[in-house]
Design a protein around this ligand. Structure first.
Ligand code: HEM
Length: 377
């Protein structure tokens, strides 16, 4: 059983006490890098977050989240976990969304929102995921860029803080941003508490499982939104396509991720397309199976020449050849690695989805509302 090291607790404690002081911050950065190295190259991060690090788990949700963060429980849910709307809603068959019994059940509203999302995220009769699904998946690391452990994160700031969405690094996310805000306006009529932070997060998980091969990642709701009077977070805290492998690993380590996590997470480029990085190849995907969440991306990145019609980001190429990350990369590139990769992706992604949320004990597990996962065709 994996347990968080004392060092990890030390990091969390330090980060909450001294985060604002630059000299301490530099020292903290060193400790985090050491922590990543000590975790080893084949392990996920087990660092606890927020109230789970300070108060432990005092609720059932807190316990489940702790187990997943410490990798003693899977971050995926299988297709047998299905949400059933409260009796009175399903029996009446009408007006369910607006009923008192639905309002009382936190997951009920999500059982109406999720099918709307699935329609937006599916393409070609459900055999691949759409451009909106890709935006949904990309938006998550974009908003997790701000600050360090315990600050910023999954708080909706990318849509709510003035000017953040318009930043260069967020180019191309405008259409999806508008869709999220329209979902918020529609569904808040029935559930005023729905947060933009949850819509972004649930949207990304629904988008992932809508792609054939995508994992069904455990889904919690209840994230509060950032106060929109607070200025947007700092820029440039996530890597860009020109970053070196060590720079990429350090920036993710500052968010508690190990090299194992990073290699798994960038596998999301299995469904991505690029538009602005290299205008000459605008619209090119990063592997030959567009819209499918498979491991082709690993096999097709890093060769001297990518397959015809594919564009590989430099940042992915350096990870595919770096001494630390290459072994894991090659592992996922092997035939038959699909489940190994999607399990690793889900574990790292689950952590990403909670960064910056202060009260993890207060979240509600609504995983049953997710659509069922589909195999790689
Ligand atoms: C080393 C870290 C990363 C770098 C440097 C990076 C860079 C990029 C770039 C440059 C684009 C294309 C922008 C364009 O030219 O239009 C892109 C797209 C995308 N990225 Fe990443 N990314 C990173 C990590 C991630 C992670 C961790 C995820 C998800 C977990 C992710 C998901 C996506 C998706 C889904 C798209 C496609 C968007 C679309 O097709 O519209 N990326 N990324």
């Amino acid at each position: 059983m994996l347990r968080p090291s004392l060092l990890s607790f030390y990091i969390l404690a330090l980060s909450s006490i001294v985060y604002a002081k630059p000299s301490f911050h530099a020292a903290l950065q060193d400790i985090r890098i050491q922590a990543r190295q000590q975790d080893g190259n084949n392990n996920h991060s087990v660092v606890l977050l927020a109230d789970l690090a300070t108060n432990g788990d005092v609720t059932r949700s807190g316990e489940i989240i702790r187990n997943i963060l410490q990798t003693t429980a899977p971050a995926t849910v299988d297709n047998s976990i299905v949400y059933t709307r409260p009796d009175a809603v399903s029996k009446s068959g009408q007006g369910g969304l607006d009923s008192a019994v639905c309002r009382k059940d936190t997951c009920c509203i999500w059982s109406y929102i999720v099918p709307t999302m699935v329609t937006a995220f599916s393409e070609n009769g459900g055999t691949r995921c759409s451009a909106l699904a890709r935006s949904a998946i990309r938006m998550v690391p974009e908003f997790a860029r701000d600050g360090s452990v315990g600050s910023g994160g999954a708080d909706g700031s990318i849509l709510l803080s003035a000017g953040e969405l318009q930043r260069n690094e967020n180019r191309g996310l405008g259409n999806y941003a508008n869709l999220i805000l329209s979902w918020r306006d529609t569904f808040r009529l029935y559930a005023p508490g729905i947060s933009v932070a949850d819509l972004i997060q649930v949207g990304a998980i629904v988008a992932t499982v809508t792609c054939p091969g995508g994992p069904r990642i455990r889904t919690f709701v209840g994230r509060p939104d950032v106060d929109d009077r607070i200025p947007p977070p700092a820029e440039h805290l996530l890597p860009n396509p020109a970053s070196s492998a060590s720079n990429i690993l350090e920036l993710f380590a500052a968010k508690t991720f190990t090299a194992t996590d990073v290699v798994a997470l960038v596998g999301a480029h299995t469904v991505s397309h690029q538009y602005v990085t290299e205008p000459k190849y605008a619209g090119f995907p990063q592997d030959t199976t567009a819209g499918v969440f498979d491991t082709k991306f690993y096999a097709e990145t890093g060769g001297a020449v990518p397959p015809v019609g594919v564009y590989s980001f430099e940042s992915d190429k350096v990870l595919s050849t770096d001494a630390v990350t290459q072994p894991m990369w090659n592992d996922y590139a092997q035939p038959g690695a699909q489940t190994k990769w999607t399990d690793a992706y889900a574990t790292a992604y689950f952590r990403l989805s909670l960064l910056g949320v202060q009260k993890l004990n207060g979240l509600t597990d609504c995983s049953g509302v997710l659509p069922l996962s589909k195999p790689v065709p």
